[in-house]
Design a protein around this ligand. Structure first.
Ligand code: XBP
Ligand code: MG
Length: 238
């Protein structure tokens, strides 16, 4: 195991409720009567990417709205507004890292492991989350940051993992990805990247067949535990 690749949403932090509230803030600001509650948002999470998620909502709940000539621009405007509300929450310190994540990152850094990020979210969301929780320098701790701005096609397609592996110059099997969702797991599988799932309230109960393991928390997770898991997976493949 030469590198650990971190997903962001649901892995570094339980961000999805903050995303959900930011979408709702944007809908209110735009004078729309839409409101995404938790059960609805859980369903909408089947589609990654905020713009794609808004479109999916319209397709499934308000198909007539899609007939607007300027629908793409409307969705883009709504998403820009949502991102501003989300970043405001991050900057206000309202989105902490998942318990155990900071210790794991600091230990991995001390052990000179290569760290990377593979996410489908908007780039500014990643930098704001890292800066708010780990300090301004922390962006430099990651050898590369693959995000929704680097690749056009999001998870569950493997593009962001291919991009990260190419940047790192490593084979998929030499890395370990930390993910929280089925879409993340499938992206890993399609790229051949071994994947540990640490689930959360939004992703618990999804189909995680093929994950190296499914855990519920990062508390007590050490680099050695990850290496043991990774080594066992390599043996199984042989
Ligand atoms: C996370 C996502 C993201 C966020 C929204 O998926 O699907 O789209 O919910 O972010 P993953 P944006 O953890 O698998 O990367 O609104 O910035 O797209
Ligand atoms: Mg995730």
């Amino acid at each position: 195991m030469k590198a650990i690749i971190f997903d962001v949403d649901g892995t570094l932090a339980d961000t999805e409720d903050a995303h959900r509230k930011a979408f709702n803030d944007a809908f209110v600001k735009a004078g729309l009567g839409w409101r995404w509650d938790r059960p609805l948002y859980k369903k909408l999470l089947s589609v990654t990417g905020g713009k794609q998620r808004i479109r999916f909502y319209l397709e499934t709940h308000l198909p007539a709205f899609l007939a607007h000539d300027d629908i793409d621009a409307r969705i883009a405007d709504l998403h820009r507004s949502k991102t501003a509300f989300f970043v405001e929450r991050l900057n206000n310190g309202q989105v902490p890292l998942r318990p155990g994540i900071e210790d794991l990152i600091l230990e991995a850094r001390a052990k000179k492991m290569t760290l990377a990020i593979a996410t489908t979210t908007t780039p500014v969301n990643v930098t704001a989350l890292l800066e708010a929780n780990l300090g301004a320098d922390s962006i430099q701790w990651f050898a590369c940051i693959g995000d929704g701005g680097k690749v056009p096609v999001l998870k569950p397609q493997p593009d962001v993992y291919h991009w990260v592996l190419a940047e790192l110059g490593l084979a998929a099997g030499d890395t370990l990805a930390l993910e929280d969702s089925r879409n993340g797991l499938v992206a890993c599988q399609r790229a051949g990247v071994p994947c540990l799932i640490v689930s959360n309230d939004y992703t618990e109960g999804q189909d995680f067949t093929g994950a190296l393991a499914v855990w519920q928390s990062y508390q007590g997770v050490t680099v050695d535990k990850l290496k043991t898991l990774h080594a066992k997976a390599a043996l199984t493949v042989l």
